[in-house]
Design a binder for this molecule. Sequence first.
Ligand SMILES: Nc1ncnc2c1ncn2[C@@H]1O[C@H](CCC(=O)c2cccc(C(=O)O)c2)[C@@H](O)[C@H]1O
Length: 223
Amino acid sequence: MIGISIATKWEYEATLEYFGIKDNERFGYPYGEYFLRTIKNTELVFYSTGVRKVNGVGGNQYMISKFNLTKVIVAGTCAGIDDTFCNLDIFVPDKAVQYDCTVKEIEPFIKQYFIVDIDLSKYGNDFYTGTIATSDKAVVMWKDYVELKENEITIADTEAGAIAYICKKNDVECIIIKGISDFPTDERNTDKFESNMEQINVYLENTPKVMNKIFGEYLKRFI
Ligand SMILES: Nc1ncnc2c1ncn2[C@@H]1O[C@H](CCC(=O)c2cccc(C(=O)O)c2)[C@@H](O)[C@H]1O
């Protein structure tokens, strides 16, 4: 069985809609909900975990143990960091890192211990790849965005690096398929709260578009 890990309620609602899931096909578990589907003769369990690293890791460890998963595909949205890309571009990163685990004033921004390399060689190269960086805080403030750019990060989110890390501990393959829902905007000369609200609205508008693109154009080739 392959697990499809989804973080937010908006991402999960778009997933229910995409697959036309009825109420009696939805089941609860401690971190959220799940439903089952067979695609390409393979059983899949789609589940919501809730946001941030603790929920992402807890939900995935639960599902790996409950369904004996052989692979986890993390599907969802992310912040764009490399500005050569645009909203709705989809990535399958070959590196996942956590960047909030070090004292950055005296230690490297990312420690080797928190880097997970992802071998994508059997899936071809017909997709954007790069490094996804994960922390518990969303990338909203301009200084956080600039720091990620300076460290050559491609995209950022709040779960995937930690999920990839625990998949490795369980010896379960982890593939991350993420689409850019939003880019931080420079709030330094504007109203911080208005700028944040604008980013959240862009995120909400783009979430179903990203999920439809992932399921319609990317999911099958990674099953
Ligand atoms: N900018 C981002 N940074 C990090 N992760 C991002 C970003 N965008 C999308 N994600 C991904 O989507 C989900 C939720 C998105 C989220 O929390 C968010 C989005 C935009 C603004 C704000 C805010 O507080 O102003 C919060 C997370 O689970 C994460 O995996």
